[in-house]
Ligand binder design. Sequence first.
Ligand code: HEC
Ligand code: HEC
Length: 208
Amino acid sequence: MARRSGFVVLSVAAVALPSWLRAAEPTATALRAPRAFAHIKDPRQRSVALFAEASRVIFHPRCLNCHPPDDHPRQGDAQVVHDPPVFRGPADNGLPALRCDSCHQDRNLVHARVPGAAAWHLAPLEMAWLGKTPGEVCRQLKDEARNGRRTLDEIWHHAAHDELVAWGWSPGHDRTPAPGTQKEFGDLIRAWIDTGAACPPETEKASR
Ligand code: HEC
Ligand code: HEC
């Protein structure tokens, strides 16, 4: 009898969710649009909240894996060190003998499971995000010494249009895409800039 009820419990847990229940889930991976923050009267607080929402993309493994603070890309949702071992190299595109583009092409390779997009290489060290808080990344994004000498408009343009950024939403091979869409992410960055580009406190941790 006890065995029988144990079996029932197990099989219930293993049963797939009905599709109507699954359809309700994507809220976790959707991005809230700037208008969802309109009720926050104080522009500074609204700006911080907009950045926090955009951070759900910035702190996603698809982005962090290419923005490490050391010589090695990460991989997967667990952000483990790239296997096979590869190095950043002098131009962030690998060692001369083993460049990123010896394996990574300008598109995802379906059968080999190698992700790809044009000019696949690591973000330079000064643009490292992995291990930082949203507040730290926010300040760094505004600092022309650490953001590739970009104005805030150029940061928006990069966020909304760059091809390596775009890959985060079409990562191929069962990889989890970044939340929302690149357009929605760009809209949040735009709204963050338009409200004064305020930053969360340095110490506050990222939430997904
Ligand atoms: C010898 C081939 C090879 C080289 C060279 C190589 N990679 Fe990879 N890389 C792979 C393969 C294969 C995967 C997929 C691993 C998987 O998902 O199982 C991968 C995955 C990745 C990922 C993970 C994507 C994700 O979010 O899961 C990143 C980031 C990455 N590589 C960056 C780089 C960078 C940057 C370089 C150059 C410094 C580089 N790779 C060099 C073969 C290579
Ligand atoms: C394949 C590696 C790769 C992936 C994946 C990647 N990036 Fe980057 N990122 C780069 C490189 C390289 C640069 C530097 C480009 C330059 O300055 O010309 C960069 C720079 C940036 C910048 C410019 C300013 C700065 O201070 O960092 C932003 C913004 C950015 N990435 C956002 C993202 C977001 C958001 C994602 C995920 C949706 C992402 N990136 C995924 C490689 C990557």
